[in-house]
Design a protein around this ligand. Structure first.
Ligand SMILES: *Cc1c(COP(=O)(O)O)cnc(C)c1O
Length: 395
């Protein structure tokens, strides 16, 4: 059994491409170009070269001795926080910018919530000298000013989305509208394993470099290529898809995805799409999401802006439905506690998103022989305001 998408972009019952007819040619062209180049020597060479010399890959796989003692297992941290721009997101934007160039596109559009994907996109556009337009909800622009300024410094134009709740979903709608209106020269660069087929497949593939490295890094350090557990946080699900990828068909590896439950799954202030468990349509794909009885999308909440997404990629909906991955959740407070613990005993300040993955360690029944990999998807510099507030409140 394979957990990857079929020819039509379905992961079991989830996925597909539910898009306006006018977008069909854009999506078909993308699919054709992707299929043509993904296994080509030339593309791989350029991708691997940039990952190595621009991003700084391979990211270390670090045996966290004190964390291991604390939890009574052998815990390794995959250090995506050490990548250029501070998270795993750059793996995907590098891959897609090469794809856009191959397609002869001159203008890149993206949507962003917290601004992290916008920054990663603006970065690769600067690198490749391509025009960059980032759609961002007006409310998010106010909340995430440092990232707005970063994007502008990198040469991107940040366009406020003024409709709806003025957040990520509205920015997505604006980006799709732009793509419909500019099919010739514009490439839509999606930031997670979400959106219409073939985006989830493309993004997962570009992020799969993470699990590819873990195989040989574990082998080098402990003489085996697979861990017993892999933990990752899930917003849209791209860092989790990357760290799970090469182990999807190895049922001996326990895959654990940690959603952000905010103030609690039943609090109404949450981002735990799988835990709430409704099937619907978002961002051009059939998946699990947060919606009310009328099918209206519910505004998500999490202390970590990167997990503040009302849906989840179709691959993950399928992994949850089949039971291949275990989905658990961590609250704001549990994530904060995990972030302070890691900082104190390992000297690593994680992103708040990654802190959710770390909080998952408390919910597993680990044995001393268990080999566990936790994906540290990003660094915590961007979250210092939240950490400072937490310290001032005595945690
Ligand atoms: C954006 C982000 C995430 C969430 O996105 P996924 O697609 O679920 O990986 C997680 N961690 C960090 C550091 C991020 O910036």
């Amino acid at each position: 059994m394979s957990y990857l998408a079929n020819e039509n972009g379905y992961y079991g019952e989830f996925g597909g491409a539910f898009i306006p007819e006018m977008l069909q040619p854009n999506v078909d062209a993308l699919k054709a170009c992707y299929r043509e180049i993904i296994d080509s020597y030339e593309f791989k060479k350029e991708f691997i070269d940039l990952l190595k010399n621009y991003v700084g890959r391979p990211s270390p796989l670090y045996f966290a001795k004190r964390l291991s003692e604390k939890y009574g297992a052998q815990i390794f941290l995959k250090r995506e926080d050490l990548n250029h721009t501070g998270s795993h997101k750059i793996n995907n934007t590098i891959g897609q910018i090469l794809l856009a160039k191959k397609m002869g596109k001159t203008r890149i559009i993206a949507e962003t919530g917290a601004g992290q994907h916008g920054v990663a996109t603006a970065t690769v556009c600067a690198l490749m000298d391509l025009e960059c337009v980032v759609y961002m909800g007006e409310l998010d622009i106010e909340r995430q000013m440092p990232n707005v300024k970063r994007m502008e410094m990198l040469g991107a134009k940040v366009v406020p989305a003024l409709s709806g709740n003025k957040t990520l979903k509205d920015a997505t709608n604006e980006a799709l509208r732009d793509w419909i209106n500019n099919p010739e020269d514009t490439y839509y660069l999606i930031g997670s394993v979400v959106g219409p087929h073939p985006y989830p497949e493309i993004v997962a593939k570009f992020q799969s470099v993470v699990s590819e490295e873990i195989g040989w890094q574990l082998d080098e350090q402990i003489g085996r290529t697979a861990p017993d557990y892999i933990l990752a946080c899930v917003g849209g699900g791209s860092n989790a898809a990357g760290v799970f990828y090469h182990y999807l068909d190895d049922e001996n590896v326990n895959l654990v995805a940690v959603e952000a439950s905010g103030m609690g799954v039943d609090s109404g202030e949450t981002a735990a799409a799988i835990a709430l468990g409704q099937v619907g349509f978002i961002h051009g794909s059939k998946t699990m999401l947060m919606q009310d009885d009328d099918g209206q999308i519910i505004e998500p909440y999490s202390i970590s802006a990167g997990l503040d997404y009302p849906g989840i990629g179709p691959l993950h909906a399928h992994l949850a439905k089949t039971g291949r991955a275990r989905f658990i959740d961590a609250t704001d407070q549990e994530a904060l506690d995990a972030a302070f613990l890691l900082t104190k005993i390992e000297g690593i300040i994680p992103a708040l998103e990654s802190a959710h993955a770390l909080a998952g360690l408390n919910k597993l029944d680990l044995k001393p022989t268990d080999v566990v990999v936790v994906n540290i998807s990003g660094r915590g510099d961007k979250d210092m305001d939240t950490y400072i507030k937490s310290m001032e409140n005595g945690k």
